[in-house]
Ligand binder design. Structure first.
Ligand SMILES: O=P(O)(O)OC[C@H]1O[C@H](OP(=O)(O)OP(=O)(O)O)[C@H](O)[C@@H]1O
Ligand SMILES: Nc1ncnc2[nH]cnc12
Length: 179
């Protein structure tokens, strides 16, 4: 494990049985509160944005906003929020999906993405892959290209990587930590 991986892992707190029994919740708030760890995470993800040739960063509400917005600034790219349904005021594209605990629907402003865009999706956790898959579907439906998906951590036992393979269609999935 690299020094950065050790630093990031040491700042993630496990919370058992949250938000419901049987779920081991990965809490990133200690990482966000540590400027060295948050900066290292931002710089690493911005490096992925540059390597994949992304022209925009999509962040997934809510934790993907916290990570994705500074990545976009650091990489010199625009930031596009993908929000839970009902929060965006303009014309939207919507996609329903299932979570490890429940189901939801996400939306993006249709005007924010076009055929000229290569989009890096940023989020904190890849679990079942439902959220990421829905975001990739939104990006493609908006006519844009998917540059890749970058997450802080992948919960490998939930099979998100396999689920996402068809949607990613060869675009890279980069997980800084595999759990
Ligand atoms: O791979 P999946 O099974 O789809 O799960 C991963 C998603 O779940 C969490 O978000 P959540 O919907 O809990 O929202 P939050 O960021 O607002 O807490 C997490 O931040 C990812 O977006
Ligand atoms: N176990 C988990 N911890 C944190 N975020 C999650 N999103 C989906 N599953 C999660």
């Amino acid at each position: 494990m690299t020094g950065i991986e050790e630093l990031l892992l040491s700042r993630i707190r496990d919370v058992a049985d949250y938000p419901e029994p049987g779920v081991m919740f990965k809490d990133i708030t200690p990482l966000l509160a540590d400027p060295a760890a948050f900066t290292a995470l931002t710089d690493t993800l911005a490096g992925i944005a540059e390597r994949t040739g992304a022209t925009k960063v999509v962040g997934l509400e809510a934790r993907g906003f916290i990570l994705g917005a500074p990545v976009a600034v650091r990489a010199g790219l625009g930031f596009i929020p993908v929000r839970k349904a009902g929060k965006l005021p303009g014309a939207t594209l919507s996609q329903a999906y299932d979570l490890e605990y429940g189901s939801a629907e996400i939306e993006v402003h249709a005007e924010d993405l076009s055929a000229e865009d290569r989009v890096l999706v940023v989020d904190d956790v890849l679990a079942t892959g439902g959220t990421a898959e829905a975001s990739i579907q939104l990006i493609r439906r908006a006519g844009a290209e998917v540059a890749g998906l970058a997450v802080l951590m992948e919960l490998g036992f939930l099979g998100g990587r396999d689920r996402l393979a068809p949607a990613l269609d060869g675009a890279p999935l980069e997980a800084l930590l595999k759990i």
